[in-house]
Design a protein around this ligand. Structure first.
Ligand code: SAM
Length: 297
């Protein structure tokens, strides 16, 4: 079903087009040195390698020739990775409700020559297929939902019996950031973001409640794996990444009254954060991301 181009439908579409670009850019972790928008979009692989691949192994999932679906594919990072895994005898369909995201994903996939990967514009809830998939996955999608259980159900519905349904979500709760010894400036920034996520996202804590989501959706009890980057202060880019997210959130942080324009940090925050961590000889744990998986009976 097509989304209405007028009224509320069009406004929501615009909002999601904007969000999709920002989300895909900022929420997929990467620590590459040659960091540009393009290379950033092409990466996001560290968490994929640490979370997705081990679980495929644990489930003895043979990707070669498999059919896979990614819901909420954004700019197509994961769909392209999965396309490489399934090889030319398999296929991957990426679905996203943002037309802009689908356009970006299509052109990147074409440039990479991955003919086994295609894309379709739809919401998770409205997506239908004439077949069932060996694997259906959604990464960094549930946290944006008003009704995450509905999306879990919709994704699981298109998986064949014996196939795998998987989600991958960050822990956005306050307290997910840790530093020992404690680095106050780092927690101040993390706390601003945490407060915004609590206000803005109806289920900001869904990453920590994935077992409950599977239960609510009537799915088997899942298995879980987690990954949390740990910093010692050596890599400025990791702090820059955090500061860039903060910059993206700036208008909302101010609008929600979490900080004022004057309180917003000036230039050099990444360097300040790094210096504070180095000075404290701190071990900093970034928020975990969770991979959650079950076989459909
Ligand atoms: C944070 S991005 C993640 C992109 C991609 N999964 C990745 O890991 O690289 C979230 C994407 O999910 C899409 N999205 C959110 N809710 C959706 C829904 N209910 N149905 C389809 N797409 C959705 C957004 O448009 C956005 O492109």
């Amino acid at each position: 079903m097509r989304v209405s181009k007028t009224g509320r439908g069009a406004a929501m579409r615009r909002d999601w087009d904007e969000r999709a670009q920002k989300d895909a850019f900022h929420y997929v972790a990467t620590w590459r040195k040659d960091w540009t928008r393009e290379t950033f979009l092409e990466s996001g692989d560290e968490e994929y390698v640490k979370v997705v691949e081990p679980v495929l192994e644990e489930f003895e999932f043979v990707p070669d020739g498999a059919s896979m679906l990614e819901i909420g594919c954004g700019a197509g990072d994961l769909a392209m990775r999965l396309g490489e895994l399934v090889g030319p005898s398999g296929f991957v369909i990426g679905v996203d409700r943002s037309a802009d995201a689908i356009d970006i994903a299509r052109s990147r996939t074409r440039a990479a020559g991955l003919e086994q990967v295609s894309f379709q514009q739809s919401s998770a809830e409205e997506f239908t297929a004439s077949m069932k998939f060996d694997l259906a996955i959604a990464r960094l999608v549930l946290v944006h939902q008003k009704d995450p259980t509905a999306v879990v159900r919709a994704v699981a519905k298109v998986v064949r019996s014996g196939g795998t349904v998987a989600f991958y979500e960050p822990d956005l709760t306050r307290g997910a950031f840790r530093s020992s010894p404690y680095v106050p400036i780092l927690h101040k920034v993390a706390d601003w973001m945490g407060r915004l996520f609590e206000k803005e996202l109806p289920h900001h804590d869904v990453g920590t409640r994935l077992v409950e989501q599977f239960y609510r959706a009537g799915l088997p009890r899942p298995r879980l794996i987690s990954h949390a980057p740990v910093l010692t202060g050596d890599d400025l880019l990791r702090f820059q990444w955090l500061v860039d997210i903060l910059e993206t959130l700036r208008p909302k942080l101010i609008r929600e009254g979490i900080i004022t324009e004057d309180e917003f940090p000036s230039e050099g925050l990444a360097e300040q954060l790094q210096a504070a961590v180095l000075e404290a000889h701190s071990q900093v744990i970034f928020p975990s991301t969770f991979g959650v998986w079950a076989k459909i009976i």
